[in-house]
Design a protein around this ligand. Sequence first.
Ligand SMILES: *Cc1c(COP(=O)(O)O)cnc(C)c1O
Length: 375
Amino acid sequence: MSVGRSVPYLDLGIQHDRMRTELDDAWHSVLSTSSFVRGALVEEFEDAYAQLHDVAHCIGVANGSDALYLGLRSLGVQPGDEVITTAMSWIATSASISLAGATPVFVDIDPNTYTIDPALIEDAVTSRSRAILPVHLYGHPADMEAIGALSSRLGLAVVEDCAQSHLAEFDGQKLGSLGDVAAVSFYPGKNLGALGDAGAVLTNDARLAAHIRMLANHGSSPNNKHEHPIEGVNSRLDTLQAGFLSKKLAHIQEWTRARQRIARLYSAALAEVGDVRTPSTPSNGVHVFHVYCIRTASRDALREHLRANGVETLIHYPTALPFLGAYADRARGDSTFPIARRYQDEILSLPIYPEMQDDDVEYVAEKIARFYDSK
Ligand SMILES: *Cc1c(COP(=O)(O)O)cnc(C)c1O
């Protein structure tokens, strides 16, 4: 009997083995400066990231959740305010709103893009609404044209959650440059990952950028660390992480192309398989496939079949935000978010990472096809 193949959901080891010399260099140069928080390497990374994303300012912070919180705070979001966001995301999205003292107000997702449905936003607006927080979920751009039009008409700020969308685009423009501020995550498993926690806030507004820098550094004034015009928090990007991230930034375009190629292979192989719905290709943007998410009514059985064949899958996310225990006090019926409610039981994230081999992609696709053949 042949030994079964095993396909992990993600294998960071390959990337790090290939980059060992570069990563060692980064570590040695930080050690030799004895500068471990902020400093020149952080600025270098911030500038390079901003340039690659066509945005004027990038402020490195401790993680993506802080980036969302700091972005909201910089816009003056405060207790009593409401921030409209999507029903399908990771909890950091909505928790950052609560951390800023505001209330997250959920809106159901678009059935094709899985991002916030702009047609439903206006119904969620009240006199307390301050901002819209779209998430470019899985690396697929939210409809920034509709969101931008609504926000100008209704006088709301826009905070983009770009944790999963490094280098993704909408209408020829990089995501992260379309709202008032954007939050980026460099959590190790993201498309651009540090070797630990890290994040950044992006903005084109110099005044907001200066404010975010102060907020992220105890409210210290830029020229005098013991002068505090405001209270802030400790949320800084470690120099070491910036060093690693600069090395990785040089590969992000190539890694993104590899993800897109794997997605194309999957989508071609799964086009006619069972009731599998492959991800939509944005008509007006670029998807960077942080997650390759399919949908099927037999999700749990398919997942078990893949597990039995050595294929690791994940679910992003098994419980849509409004149905989490943290929001149980809202007492909303399932019918309030019908798409998110249904999709949470149908979505399945297939293995994807830039170094994944074509024959592994083919193996996964073939095992999926086999599952439906035998049904
Ligand atoms: C990862 C993630 C975050 C949070 O980023 P961290 O760096 O882990 O704090 C926020 N929103 C979304 C959609 C994410 O995927």
